[in-house]
Design a protein around this ligand. Structure first.
Ligand code: GLN
Length: 486
């Protein structure tokens, strides 16, 4: 039998149901795996060993009384350090929240607790989820498990690295412009961003509220479906949370339906690494060989993604981050002489350079005189981008694209060049601007042994179909089964 930490959540859940292992044994297996690899990978900002084992024991006690709460009961789940868990640290990997402990649970946390999941660790990210490499963390650099010199992607780099380093069977991240899909692609795991409104944002530290969504990371599409099922549902505390009938995502994976899959030609232009392109072309061929129809479509506003996003997201961030002022929340400078000085010095000391850049950018585009020229115009462009997708979806059920233009780059390579870092998200950002769901699944490796991801973009609230499409591909290949040598 493979090690417990090598197995998927679905397999672990089956072992628990068969009485072959206990939740405590599973949690212990992951904790010892963490002991052996974490000093190399550094996925976690913190974790509480005793509390994790206590939660696992409680799951075992429930099970022995026949009160199992579902497939997540007794399964370890680690969360990106922007999702609130009562009495656990909540830092957004920012010095400004270094000592902050959450006084309440996020909606997703409440749901996972109700289902008996063992919530055991806080995963590293780019400070306040701003970045594509996790190098902007205020605490530490997470390493790509496939090559420790390289970045794991971002901003949910810890969530992706923990899955591929086999430190957790399931993790949650958040995706504002690609922060789940891009690191999943670069670390060789599955990462999924739900449709805007499907998962409540209550208790998620806000970056850009009209774009943020929480979503699952896993070793397989089936596991992602299990975790997604566990976090969806209406929540009156998030006014954008949707009321709808929730399908059985896991059951929907198995189907012999034939789909019409669109390939947007604008996603295959300049800047796309040839090895990534070859892997995506091969994935498209593989769908064709399975009997699905491939159609070329056009998304003419593809190149608006980065400029529109870098007006709207910083605008929202500059407003959301005003609460970290040394008084309402966060670090308070010891040097301050008066109240105004508290604001200046606390924010100057607490925020890192990328966060400051975004706040300045956001304040600028919202200031009178520039508002119409930038913010309003970007909002209009966002509507056109959404219409583009609607038109494309008249011709197909889902879109196939690369997730990221390149495989994982070297740490430091783009750290001093924000624009080239921003371009890491050219294929993911528009999905957020249009509010659509997207998933990244492993689809190959570069000659240097780095993972490549295929992005599947679905219609709004059609996660079940999108994941079935991803699952159909995954079944034909063993990319998701490979693990890095650590
Ligand atoms: N890399 C993008 C940014 O820096 C997206 C981040 C995200 O999705 N949270 O804004």
């Amino acid at each position: 039998m493979p090690e417990l930490y090598e197995q998927t959540a679905a397999e672990l859940s089956a072992l628990l149901d068969a009485g072959e292992v206990s939740s405590k044994e599973i949690m212990s297996a992951f904790l010892s795996r963490i002991d052996s690899v974490e000093s190399k990978v550094r996925s976690f900002n913190s974790f509480d060993r005793e509390d994790a084992l206590k939660q696992a024991e409680a799951a075992d006690a429930r099970r022995s009384q026949g009160a199992v709460k579902g497939p997540l009961d007794g399964i370890p789940v680690a969360l990106k350090d922007v999702i609130a868990v009562k009495d656990q640290p909540l830092t957004a990997s920012s010095k400004i929240l270094k000592d902050f402990v959450s006084p309440y649970d996020a909606h997703v946390t409440e749901l996972l607790k109700e289902q008996g999941a063992v919530l055991f660790g806080r995963l590293n990210l780019d400070e306040f989820a701003m970045g594509s490499s996790t190098e902007n963390s205020g605490f530490q650099r997470t390493c790509n498990p496939w090559d420790l010199e390289r970045i794991p992607g971002g901003s949910s780099g810890g969530s992706a690295a923990a899955i591929s380093a086999l430190e957790a069977p399931l993790t949650l991240g958040s995706d504002t412009g690609g922060s789940i899909r891009q690191p999943a692609s670069l670390c060789g795991c599955v990462g999924m961003k739900p449709t805007y409104g499907l998962v409540s944002r209550y208790g998620l530290i806000a970056f850009a509220s009209s774009l943020d969504q929480i979503g699952p990371f896993a070793k397989s599409v089936e596991d992602a479906a299990i975790l997604l099922q566990g976090i969806v549902g209406h929540d009156r505390r998030d006014s954008t949370s949707i009321k709808m009938e929730i399908p059985d995502y896991r059951a929907a994976l198995t189907t012999d339906k034939k789909w019409r899959l669109g390939v947007p030609k604008e996603y295959f232009g300049e800047g796309l690494d040839p090895e990534v392109r070859a892997a995506i072309d091969a994935a498209i061929k593989s769908y064709e060989a399975m009997g699905h129809e491939i159609v070329e479509v056009s998304l003419p506003t593809t190149d608006l993604a980065v400029p529109v996003y870098y007006i709207l997201a910083p605008a929202e961030a500059s407003s959301n981050l005003s609460r970290y002022d040394g008084i309402r929340y966060g670090h308070r400078s010891a040097e301050a002489k008066d109240a105004i000085d508290v604001y200046y010095k606390s924010r100057a000391e607490g925020f890192g350079p990328e966060v400051k850049r975004r706040i300045i950018l956001g304040s600028y585009v919202l200031s009178s005189g520039y508002y119409d020229a930038y913010y309003l115009k970007a909002q209009k462009a966002r509507t056109i981008i959404r219409n583009d997708f609607n038109a494309a979806f008249e011709q197909c059920d889902a879109l196939l694209t690369p997730t990221s233009p390149t495989a994982a780059f070297k740490a430091g390579e783009k750290a001093d060049d924000p624009l080239s870092m921003y371009l890491s998200d050219i294929f993911t950002i528009n999905v957020n601007l249009a509010g659509l769901p997207g998933i990244s699944v492993p689809c190959g490796f570069t000659s240097g042994g780095l993972p490549i991801g295929l992005q599947i973009i679905g219609k709004a609230f059609q996660e079940a179909e999108m994941m079935a499409i991803a699952h159909a591909y995954e079944k034909q290949h063993d990319w998701s089964k490979r693990t890095p040598a650590l």
